[in-house]
Design a protein. Structure first.
Length: 317
């Protein structure tokens, strides 16, 4: 996970020390909150406001266990979460510009171990309850470690071994399946931009971006195609050799793509087309940016030289 702040304050209380959260896994981060899978603890999940330290411990409803964890995982049940999790803001009329501290919802989309149906449920921090499970017949496994996208009341989750997407309409409590109209070079769902799911792929030396618009009957079409030349943005060596350059994360709202390369992790700002090396580690599989913004409501501001840019100079946690 990458932590980045607009203008920030130090946490009023910190997450548990590293030795106590070695097995924690970040599942998602949006709206100033981060969702963790916390195996080997009494709760199943923890949602943290990393800026203030406020947190919520959550137990999964037993009626959802069959698609969250599979029978073969009994030895180390909670180390093997098999569904895709998405964190959502539940604040009334929120513009999502500076929301933090909840209330929130968590959408879980997965399939049982037979892979013949997809299932979904939502947890609300306000009611502390899980909705009834919604199901749809579908023969592909849910990609449980991939990024999801949120557009309005819909959560988009990719499938394994197919290009189809599962769409969970939380308002209507409906699950549906959409298929992109044609397959484009190893596309990866990154998140949402301008009210549409955003996909990316790298065909060296270019970064390719698509937006997908879903029609009412499940038909979908690509609506925008952008090409970003990477020649001046990444080291020549990673563009000329056989190593992979992989889109691994997207900071929504600020339009920044994270690219993993053998030379480290780079950010590409889509509007300015500037790049920056933000981590030296090679071949990261997934980056989940954490962003939170201080609005003056919680106390005195830090001096300006203590504030960091919205994205960049990220901090791993
Ligand atoms: Zn919000």
């Amino acid at each position: 996970m990458f932590a980045a702040r607009g203008v920030g304050t130090p946490p009023t209380s910190s997450p548990p020390p590293c030795r106590d959260r070695r097995k924690w896994r970040v599942l998602d981060s949006r709206h100033g909150l981060a969702l963790f899978d916390t195996p080997k603890r009494h709760e199943d999940f923890v949602v943290y406001d990393l800026l203030t330290g406020e947190h919520w411990e959550i137990h999964a409803d037993p009626k959802c266990h069959y698609f969250m964890w599979w029978p073969d995982d009994d030895d180390d049940l909670h180390a093997c979460l098999r569904c895709n999790a998405t964190l959502l803001c539940a604040k009334d009329r929120c513009g999502h510009l500076d929301c933090h501290g909840g209330p929130f919802r968590m959408a879980f989309v997965g399939c049982d171990y037979t892979g013949r149906a997809a299932h979904a449920t939502v947890y609300s921090s306000e009611t502390r309850e899980w909705t009834d499970v919604t199901s749809v017949e579908h023969e592909h496994y849910i990609h449980y470690t991939a990024h999801s996208a949120v557009v309005g009341d819909k959560v988009y989750v990719p499938c394994m071994e197919s290009d189809s997407l599962i769409v969970y309409n939380m308002g209507k409590r409906e699950l549906s399946v959409i298929d992109p109209p044609f397959v484009v070079q190893a596309i990866t769902l990154m998140g949402a931009e301008d009210g549409m799911p955003l996909f990316a792929s790298v065909v060296k030396p270019r970064l390719l971006l698509w937006s997908l618009e879903a029609g009412p009957s499940g038909a979908a079409r690509w609506t925008r195609h952008r090409v970003i030349e990477l020649k001046s943005l990444l080291p020549t060596t990673v563009l000329l050799d056989n190593s992979g350059v992989t889109p691994v994360g997207f900071a929504e709202g600020v339009g920044v793509i994270f690219l993993s390369t053998k030379a480290g992790l780079y950010t590409i700002e889509l509007s300015s087309r500037r790049s920056k090396k933000v981590h030296g580690r090679q071949s990261m599989e997934k980056v989940i940016p954490y962003m939170s913004f201080y609005t003056g409501e919680w106390g005195p501001l830090l001096a300006s030289d203590e504030a960091s840019p919205a994205v960049g100079g990220g901090t791993t946690i």
